[in-house]
Design a binder for this molecule. Structure first.
Ligand code: FES
Length: 104
């Protein structure tokens, strides 16, 4: 299946230690910028009860869902609860722009 690469705008739009949600081809994708400036992108909806992960607290490479506290590794998407996982996307900075890849 063909995948897309999308320019999401200036990286600086996301403050360090925060996230922002983008809708790309109908999918909600949460993009996070860690305090150290590392970028991560995952599906925004928590697999438990659809909590908005973008509103969660991020700690290094992990996000804590704001609704019931399940944790997700932002690198692998693996959750703290058995069988829970979120989809991850490739995201990087290019000339100050946030580029998202691998969106189908
Ligand atoms: S909705 Fe995310 S932990 Fe319940």
């Amino acid at each position: 299946m063909k995948t897309r690469t999308v320019n999401l705008g200036p990286v600086e739009a996301i403050a360090l230690g925060h996230g922002m949600c983008f809708v790309v081809v109908g999918k909600e994708i949460a993009v996070f910028r860690s305090r150290a400036g590392k970028l991560f992108a995952v599906s925004n909806r928590c697999p438990h009860r659809q909590g908005p992960l973008v509103d969660g607290v991020i700690d290094d490479a992990q996000v804590i869902c704001p609704l019931h506290g399940h944790k997700f590794d932002l690198t692998t998407g693996h959750g703290s609860e058995t069988g829970e996982c979120v989809k991850t996307y490739r995201v990087w900075e290019e000339n100050g722009q946030l580029i998202l890849g691998g969106v189908q």
